[in-house]
Write a protein that binds this ligand. Structure first.
Ligand SMILES: [Zn+2]
Ligand SMILES: [Zn+2]
Length: 418
């Protein structure tokens, strides 16, 4: 038997109905906030991620699915969505269009990690990116947007952890300070952090293996921000206050990727238990320029769909159970096949969902299959019905049936669909 590749999954009904439902809520909310869908390719050149995500990050160091194509080009299966969105922004010169460009995306992403529950090698993300606006209100908007989405999905107890990690004018000094402070504790750090110490000391702050007391004693980036970054951060916090979005200043929050500047944040929900963020994002004001575009500020977030779906399934049973309400099953005799197919075409065009039995056996067997498939009504077209232009509708829950003109069928079913 040939099986799925390790770390990948098939999504079958009824679970896939929940996926469609959740994706629908996320996409329609993003559109209602003025975000347009962006679809980028699944494969990109490797350089896109080493330049943007950062050479010393876990993703680029060991998690990318990279391979040479037949001409020897270095390609990767995309590990995240922000760098491709910025690549598209630069490639299509969207900077000449009215600013900001606001995108949402959803799809498959790939990271070669040890598969565990909720962490697949092929996983699905939904994200938004607002490119071209530096105002703190843009940061507030992307956070407000995800709060609206998650409340529409029935999640409760939402809050956001925020931090500012500064920009090119204040982060270098902070980095040096942090490095100096970390060096005095070097012997206590894990092997990864000993290595990060020189290249990427901020990453030490979110290492799960370090002593929390040691981490709490280190200098905090918010205390070393330049005027611009400090103002931006203060204004964002006051905007969150006015919008009644509960937040906590978390100085250990740095996010795993190199491209972030100023604001970084994670959204938490009581439905998940403590310490566990549902999604993360932040500002990335230099990424477009790093990818060859003009200096362009931007902010966004991305969330893992597998995790969100599991939470919604556990906490919003109403949403999870919402299958299509009415299923109609057409049962027909051999001579009425064409009439049956034509009838379905008309019903589907008028918005009714219809399945049809394509096995030529007795009405009894067809009706039994209709019940097994969970159909509410069977529409029976035998020789008599097809010659008279009528159909017999059998309510499979009560066993009652009546014969009516096939032209009036859509209206008849419409009145009984709830
Ligand atoms: Zn560590
Ligand atoms: Zn700054």
């Amino acid at each position: 038997m040939i099986k799925t590749v390790k770390g990948t999954t098939d999504i079958l009904a009824p679970e896939v109905l929940l996926w469609q439902r959740v994706e629908g809520v996320l996409a329609s909310t993003a559109k209602a906030y003025g975000y347009e869908e962006l679809r980028t390719p699944t494969i990109e050149v490797q350089e896109l991620f080493s330049v943007s995500v950062g050479q010393t990050t876990d993703i680029v160091e060991r998690e990318m699915y990279s391979f040479p194509d037949k001409k020897g080009r270095h390609l990767v299966l995309r590990p995240e969505g922000t760098a491709p969105a910025c690549r598209a922004y630069v490639e299509h010169q969207l900077n000449v269009q009215p600013s900001p460009s606001k995108f949402f995306y959803m799809g498959s992403f790939f990271r070669y990690e040890q598969p565990q529950s909720g962490r697949k090698r092929e996983f699905h993300s939904f994200g938004v990116e607002a490119i071209g606006e530096q105002s703190h209100l843009q940061d507030a908007e992307v956070i407000d947007l995800v709060f609206t989405m998650l409340s529409r999905l029935g999640l409760t107890g939402l809050s956001v952890d925020v931090n500012s990690i500064g920009d090119a004018s204040c982060r270098p000094q902070y980095k040096e300070l942090l490095q100096a402070s970390l060096k005095t504790h070097e012997d206590k750090l894990c092997d990864d952090c000993k290595r990060r110490l020189m290249e990427n000391p901020l990453r030490v702050l979110d290492c799960k293996r370090e002593d929390p007391q040691l981490l709490a004693s280190l200098p905090k980036s918010v205390d070393f921000l330049c005027d611009e970054c400090r103002t931006h951060h203060a204004l964002l916090l006051s905007a969150l206050d006015s919008l009644h979005i509960p937040y906590r200043q978390n100085s250990r929050l740095v996010r795993g990727l190199d491209y972030y500047t100023k604001t970084v944040f994670e959204v938490l929900s009581e439905d998940l238990g403590a310490q566990s963020a549902l999604l993360g994002g932040g500002r990335y004001d230099y990424l477009v320029r790093q990818l060859g575009g003009p200096q362009t500020p931007a902010v966004g977030w991305g969330l893992g769909m597998e995790r969100l779906i599991a939470i919604v399934a556990a906490h919003s049973p109403d949403l999870a159970a919402s299958l299509p309400p009415l299923r109609i099953y057409v049962v027909h005799s051999d001579t009425a096949t064409t009439a049956a197919f034509e009838l379905r075409r008309r019903l589907v065009e008028s918005g009714v969902a219809v399945d049809i039995d394509v096995r030529s056996d007795s009405f009894g067997k067809q009706l039994a299959r209709a019940s097994r498939r969970g159909a509410r009504y069977a529409i029976i077209i035998g020789d008599d019905e097809s010659s008279r232009g009528t159909v017999t509708v059998k309510d499979l829950s009560t066993g009652t049936q009546e014969t009516l003109e096939s032209d009036g069928l859509a209206e008849y079913l419409d009145g009984r669909s709830r």
